[in-house]
Ligand binder design. Structure first.
Ligand SMILES: NC(=O)c1ccc[n+]([C@@H]2O[C@H](COP(=O)([O-])OP(=O)(O)OC[C@H]3O[C@@H](n4cnc5c(N)ncnc54)[C@H](OP(=O)(O)O)[C@@H]3O)[C@@H](O)[C@H]2O)c1
Length: 310
C-alpha cells in the first residue's frame, strides 16, 4: 500500500508537534510527506516546523472555519491526524470538527486519527453537563462515527504537562517541594498522558499498521492513550524517592470555573477511563513506547521545575 501524504491539523500545537516528531522517526513511513496545516505559515512555529524533516514537511494555510480552504488544503491527503483546541473557541469547536470530517470525506482520506475525549455528562449519568471541551469532542466523535470514514480516536487522559503549569508544583529554596491540589483528591488514581511519549508513538504506530496492512488495528473505535495510572500522592512519593526531599500536598477546595470543577468532581467520584487497561492493549501487544511514572518524574518533571527555578 503506498502512502504519500499525512495532513496534520494543529501541527504547530503541543499534540501535533509530538505526532510529527514520531512520524519523522518512522522507518515504515520514511517516504511520507507531511503537510502541516496552520492558520499562519509565516509564524515562528510554522517556520520552525519547515526547518525540520529535511524537506518532508510542507506548511499549508488552512482555517477550520473556512470549508473551501479546508477542502483545498486536504487535497490528496491520505491520512489525517487532527487535534482541536477547545479553549481557543469553545462555541465553534463542534462545527470546526464537522467541517474537517466533511473535507476529509470529500477528499477520500483513507484514515482519520484524532485526539478525543469522552462525554462527562454520559460518564456521570447526567450529573455533570458543563465539561464542554469534552462534550464538544464527544459530539464530533458521533459525527465521525456516522461519516463512513475509517477512523481511530486517541482518547487522551490527564496531561502530565499539567504538573508543569505555573503554581501546580512548586520548588523553592533548598528543594522544598509542594503540590497545590484544588478539588481533586490526592489519592484518586488517574490515567496520565505524556504527549511526547504516549501520543506521538501511538498515532505513528496506528498509521504504520495501516500502511503495512496489519489487521490488528482498532479501527472505528477510541483507544485510551496513557502510559500509566497514578494518584497525585504517588507522584509526590515518586518525586520524594528521586530527590530524597519531602513533598507536601496542599489540598484546597477553592472556586474554579464550572467546566473544571465538574471535571475534577467526576474524577473524584468516578475516576477516568475506569476498567480500561493502561497502557492500552494495542500498545502492550505491539510493544509501543509509552511513559511511566518514574520516567516522567525523572526526565520531565524534576528537570523542568529545576530549570524554571534557576
Ligand atoms: N490539559 C489536559 O489535561 C488535557 C487532557 C485531555 C485533552 N486535552 C485537550 O487538549 C486540547 C489542547 O491541545 P494542544 O495543547 O495540543 O493545543 P494547542 O497547542 O493550542 O494547539 C492547537 C493548534 O490548533 C491550531 N488551530 C487553532 N485554531 C485553528 C483554526 N481555526 N483552524 C486551524 N487550526 C487551528 C493552532 O495552529 P495555528 O495557530 O498554527 O493555526 C494550534 O497549533 C484541548 O482541546 C483539550 O481539550 C487537554
Amino acid at each position: 500500500m503506498s502512502i504519500n501524504t499525512i495532513a496534520i491539523i494543529g501541527a504547530t500545537g503541543n499534540q501535533g508537534q509530538t505526532v510529527i516528531t514520531r512520524l519523522l522517526e518512522s522507518d515504515i513511513l520514511k517516504n511520507v510527506h507531511i503537510r502541516a496545516l496552520t492558520r499562519d505559515p509565516d509564524s515562528l512555529k510554522s517556520k520552525a516546523l519547515q526547518s525540520r524533516g529535511a524537506g518532508r514537511i510542507e506548511t499549508t494555510e488552512a482555517d477550520l472555519n473556512d470549508t473551501d480552504g479546508l477542502n483545498e488544503a486536504l487535497a490528496g491527503a491520505d491520512y489525517v491526524f487532527a487535534n482541536l483546541n477547545s479553549w481557543l473557541d469553545m462555541d465553534k469547536e463542534v462545527q470546526q470538527g464537522k467541517n474537517l470530517i466533511d473535507a476529509s470525506k470529500k477528499n477520500k482520506v483513507k484514515l482519520f486519527v484524532w485526539s478525543t475525549l469522552p462525554s462527562f455528562a454520559a460518564l456521570s449519568k447526567g450529573k455533570y453537563t458543563h465539561v464542554r471541551h469534552a462534550e464538544n469532542k464527544a459530539l464530533i466523535q458521533e459525527y465521525l462515527r456516522d461519516s463512513g470514514l475509517v477512523w481511530v480516536g486517541a482518547s487522551t487522559a490527564f496531561f502530565t504537562s499539567n504538573f508543569l503549569l505555573p503554581g501546580y508544583v512548586s520548588l523553592r529554596e533548598a528543594e522544598s517541594w509542594t503540590i497545590s491540589l484544588n478539588i481533586l483528591d490526592a489519592g484518586r488514581m488517574l490515567p496520565m498522558t505524556w504527549l511526547e511519549k504516549d501520543l506521538g508513538p501511538f498515532v505513528t504506530a496506528i498509521m504504520e499498521a495501516y500502511a503495512t496492512g496489519d489487521s490488528n488495528v482498532p479501527y472505528n473505535q477510541s483507544v485510551i492513550v496513557a502510559g500509566f495510572r497514578a494518584s497525585h500522592a504517588e507522584v509526590a512519593a515518586e518525586i520524594s524517592k528521586q530527590t530524597g526531599k519531602p513533598v507536601e500536598i496542599q489540598s484546597q477546595h477553592d472556586l474554579m470555573p464550572t467546566e473544571m470543577s465538574e471535571m475534577l468532581e467526576t474524577f473524584n467520584e468516578l475516576g477516568f477511563y475506569e476498567g480500561e487497561s493502561v497502557p492500552s492493549a494495542f500498545v502492550q501487544k505491539n510493544g509501543i513506547d509509552h511513559s511511566t511514572l518514574a520516567s516522567f518524574v525523572r526526565e520531565a518533571l524534576i528537570p523542568g521545575l529545576r530549570a524554571r527555578g534557576k
